[in-house]
Design a protein around this ligand. Structure first.
Ligand SMILES: Nc1ncnc2c1ncn2[C@@H]1O[C@H](COP(=O)(O)OP(=O)(O)O)[C@@H](O)[C@H]1O
Ligand SMILES: [Mg+2]
Length: 471
C-alpha cells in the first residue's frame, strides 16, 4: 500500500510525498506547480524530478523536534509510528516556514483556513511553562488541539499574539511567537539566552526580536517569529529553511564536527542563493565570530536559516544565541559549533586563524580583523548592559558576575583577542612589507572603516518583512 501526504507552501498545494510499504518516501512537485517561483528548499529544486527518500526525509526531519520523547508522545497520541511521515501527517499543519502537510481528505479544510484560536491568560501560560520545566524532556510540547511542529532540542511551544492578548493556535491556525522556559539543567538558561540575543543586537547584529517575560511567576524567553507577518490583521507565513535543510542534510548532522555542513559550505550556499550575497556572507561570518567570542557553543547549522519571501532570499535574523560562559566548564562546551579557520576551542584562535576564516568565507581578511577588534572591544559592555539593564535586579548581577569574571570568561577572552591582534600587527610592522600591503586594502583606522562600511548595509526590504543589515 502507498500512503500519500500532500505538501503545501504558502497555502498552495505544491506536491506529494509518497511512502511505500518499506517506509521509503519519495517526493515530486505537481506538474502544475513546477513552473512556480518558490521551491521547498534549495536542496529540492523545482522540476519534474522524483526526489528519493533521503532528500525529502532530510527536509521533513528538519521540521520535527530533536527530542525522541516528544516524538514518541506525538506518535502514541495518534496511534502511529514516530516516522517523519506519520508525525507530519498529524502535526505538520503549522511548521517553521510556510510549509504545511495534509492528507488528501483533509486538504480542502486546511486550504479553507482550518483552524482557530483560543485566548489564554498569563496564568495558563505559566502553568504550561511550569509543566515543561518540571517534566524536563518527557513533557508534551503540544496540547490536544494543537498541530504545530518546530525543530530543536529545547522544550517550547508556539502561540499567537493578537493585539495585547495571547492565543493558542488550534489546527492549522498560524502562530507568531515561540516561548521557551529554558534548558532545565542549566539554571536561568532562558535569561542567559535572552541576554545573549540582546547583546548581539547591541553589537549591531540583526537578531530576532526577543523578550524575557514573566507568566504568573514563570520566566520564559519569548521570540517573535520572523517567518510570520501580520497583514490586515491576518497572520501570513513566510517561507524559511534551516541550513541543514537547505543543504539536504538531516538534523543528526547539524554539527560540523558530526559531518554536518561546514561554515564554508554555508557561505557558498549564501553566495549562490541569497539575493544580497556579500551582505549575507558577512552577516554569517559576523555571527560565527560573535558565537566564538561570546563563548556560545550551540550555533550549529540548524540555528541559521534562509528566509525566502517573494523574490528575495536572505540569511534570516539570528536566533537561539546563548553564551555558556556563566556556567561551569562541565555544563557548557568550551568550543564553538563551527571552526574559525580550523579552530574550535574558545580562546585558541590567533590572527592567522581569523585570516583563514576570512579566506573560507571569501571575505577580506583585514576587514574581518577590524570587525573582530571592534567586536572584542565592545562585547563586554554589550553583555553587561544586557544583563544589568535588560534583565536587571539580582539575577542580572549574578549572571554578569558569572559571565565576566575568572580567567577565560568574557572580559579576559575579549582582551586576549585584542592583545593577539596587537602583537601580530607589531610583528608584521617590524617585518615591514605585510603592514604596508594591509594598508593598501584597508585604510589606517580599521575600526572606523569597518563601521562606515557596515552602515552602508542599511535595512533592505524583503517583500514585506525587513531584514536589517548588520550595523
Ligand atoms: N524568531 C524565529 N522566527 C522564526 N523561526 C524561528 C525563530 N526562532 C527559532 N525559529 C525556528 O524554530 C526552531 C527552534 O527554535 P530554537 O530557538 O532554535 O530552539 P532550540 O533552542 O530548541 O534549538 C529553529 O530551529 C527555527 O527553525
Ligand atoms: Mg536551535
Amino acid at each position: 500500500m502507498t500512503d500519500h501526504l500532500v505538501v503545501l507552501l504558502g497555502g498552495r498545494r505544491v506536491g506529494l510525498v509518497e511512502r511505500d510499504r518499506n517506509d521509503s518516501m519519495s517526493f515530486s512537485y505537481d506538474p502544475e506547480y513546477r513552473t512556480a517561483a518558490l521551491s521547498l528548499s534549495p536542496a529540492l529544486p523545482l522540476g519534474d524530478r522524483r526526489f528519493a527518500d533521503r532528500d525529502i526525509r532530510a527536509f521533513m526531519e528538519g521540521l520535527l523536534p530533536d527530542d525522541p520523547q516528544v516524538r514518541l508522545l506525538w506518535a502514541s497520541k495518534f496511534g502511529v509510528t514516530d516516522d517523519a511521515f506519520d508525525l507530519l501527517t498529524h502535526m505538520g499543519q503549522e511548521c517553521a516556514g510556510a510549509v504545511q502537510f495534509a492528507r488528501e481528505e483533509d486538504l480542502a479544510e486546511l486550504i479553507a483556513g482550518g483552524g482557530d484560536y483560543r485566548r489564554v491568560d498569563p496564568k495558563h501560560i505559566g502553568a504550561r511553562l511550569k509543566a515543561l520545566r518540571e517534566a524536563a524532556t518527557h513533557s508534551r510540547w503540544t496540547l490536544p488541539d494543537e498541530h504545530w511542529s518546530l525543530p530543536g532540542a529545547q522544550p517550547k511551544f508556539t502561540l499567537a499574539r493578537i493585539g495585547d492578548a495571547w492565543y493558542e493556535a488550534h489546527g492549522a491556525a498560524a502562530t507568531t511567537h515561540i516561548i521557551k522556559p529554558g534548558i532545565s539543567l542549566m539554571r536561568h538558561q532562558a535569561a542567559v539566552e535572552f541576554a545573549t540575543m540582546r547583546a548581539a543586537k547591541r553589537l549591531g547584529l540583526s537578531v530576532a526580536e526577543v523578550d524575557f517575560d514573566d507568566f504568573n511567576g514563570e520566566g520564559a524567553i519569548v521570540v517573535r517569529r520572523f517567518d510570520r507577518i501580520v497583514v490586515d490583521g491576518e497572520i501570513r507565513r513566510i517561507h524559511q529553511v534551516d541550513m541543514c535543510q537547505a543543504l539536504g542534510q538531516p538534523p543528526s548532522r547539524k554539527y560540523e564536527r558530526d559531518g554536518g555542513p561546514t561554515g564554508k559550505q554555508i557561505a557558498d550556499l549564501l553566495r549562490s542563493q541569497s539575493t544580497r550575497p556579500d551582505a549575507d556572507v558577512r552577516r554569517f561570518s559576523n555571527a560565527l565570530l560573535f558565537n566564538y567570542l561570546s563563548g556560545s557553543s550551540d550555533g550549529h547549522a540548524k540555528n541559521f536559516s534562509l528566509l525566502i519571501a517573494g523574490s528575495q532570499v536572505r540569511l534570516s535574523p539570528l536566533y537561539d544565541l546563548a553564551t555558556g560562559l556563566p556556567y561551569e566548564a562541565r555544563d557548557a562546551p568550551n568550543y564553538s559549533a563551527f571552526a574559525i579557520g580550523g579552530v574550535r576551542n574558545f580562546g585558541e584562535a590567533y590572527p592567522k586563524h581569523w585570516r583563514q576564516h576570512a579566506a573560507e568565507m571569501g571575505l577580506d581578511a583585514d576587514e574581518r580583523i577590524a570587525f573582530i577588534v571592534d567586536l572584542a572591544a565592545r562585547m563586554p559592555d554589550a553583555f553587561r548592559d544586557s544583563m544589568l539593564s535588560d534583565i536587571g535586579g539580582d539575577l542580572g548581577k549574578l549572571l554578569w558576575r558569572r559571565t565576566s569574571e575568572r580567567p577565560g570568561r568574557l572580559v579576559s577572552h575579549c582582551k586576549s583577542v585584542e592583545q593577539r591582534i596587537g602583537e601580530s600587527r607589531a610583528g608584521q610592522g617590524s617585518a615591514g612589507g605585510a603592514s604596508k600591503a594591509r594598508g593598501k586594502s584597508t585604510p589606517a583606522s580599521n575600526r572606523t572603516s569597518f563601521k562606515a562600511r557596515e552602515r552602508g548595509e542599511s535595512a533592505v526590504s524583503l517583500g514585506e518583512p525587513d531584514i536589517e543589515g548588520d550595523r
